[in-house]
Design a protein. Structure first.
Length: 267
């Protein structure tokens, strides 16, 4: 059973280093209580290792967030002989970047590998790009969300230029040209013109967010956050379309997956 679980280990780093399960993430309770970006998909069963006083609050927190807890070990129980444990500081990487981004990145052949992540959220996509050799600027309005992103980046020694800004304000838009501009699980139509003009010639725009039909799943319902079928192809009609399709998330909700390249010679 242990080999199939991802373990959330809330012990102090010194205790964790002395012995932990092989698929363990060493997090503080403060971090876990505020951030979910280091965790896997909710379909992944979890185990929990924690001091006695943290077992119930941590277990209830994860259950309330939709995770499955299939095993619990107290910090004291981890001292028992016979457990198959590893030593050291290594922590299991359970999170993943956006699947569409990972799938199409090999098709993106940039000049300088400068990327801009609009509405970056917990930062997993920005960190993934850094790990692939990109230089990334990532913007989000919420300080709390950016704090989580910064902590995850620190765990992976990934250097990202994080910017807290309200993208609804044009004066907050970054200067310069980018080889890749992303908008993932986020939609602000007012940024389309910015994306066109700040995408370097030969650069790419990548969008994946909710599309018509998602309303029947309950969320989102606001049309401001839902793309219309064919909308992106029309907005970026002067670009070379590489991918323009509808995918489904694990919960069935439809998303538009879009990748286009700015043509040579575009003004």
């Amino acid at each position: 059973m242990h080999a199939e679980l991802v373990w959330i280990d809330l012990r102090e780093p010194t205790l964790y280093q002395q012995g932990h399960f092989s698929r363990s993430i060493n997090l503080s309770w403060t971090y876990l209580n505020a951030c979910l970006n280091a965790l896997p998909e909710r379909t992944q069963p979890l185990g929990l290792v924690a001091p006695n006083e943290l077992i119930e609050p941590a277990r209830n927190h994860l259950l309330n967030k939709g995770y499955q807890i299939q095993a619990v070990k107290s910090a004291q129980a981890m001292q028992q002989p016979g457990l198959l444990l590893q030593s050291g500081i290594n922590s299991f990487k359970a999170w993943a970047a956006n699947p569409f981004l990972m799938q199409v990145l090999s098709q993106v052949q940039p000049k300088k590998k400068l990327a801009l992540d609009l509405g970056c959220g917990g930062g997993r996509d920005a960190i993934y790009l850094v790990q692939q050799g990109w230089q990334v600027t990532a913007i989000d309005q919420q300080a709390r969300v950016l704090d989580c992103a910064k902590q995850l980046a620190k765990q992976h020694q990934a250097k990202v230029d994080w910017i807290q800004a309200d993208l609804r304000q044009p004066e907050s838009w970054p200067l310069g040209q980018f080889d890749l501009i992303m908008m993932i699980r986020f939609l602000d139509r007012d940024l389309f013109s910015f994306m066109r003009s700040h995408c370097r010639v030969g650069g790419y725009v990548l969008v994946q967010t909710f599309i018509e039909g998602v309303e029947r799943y309950g969320s989102p319902k606001n049309p401001n956050f839902i793309l219309r079928v064919g909308e992106l192809a029309k907005e970026f009609s002067e670009f070379d379309l590489i991918v323009d399709r509808i995918d489904e998330l694990n919960d069935g909700r439809p998303v538009a997956s879009f990748l286009a390249r700015r043509k040579e010679g575009m003004i």
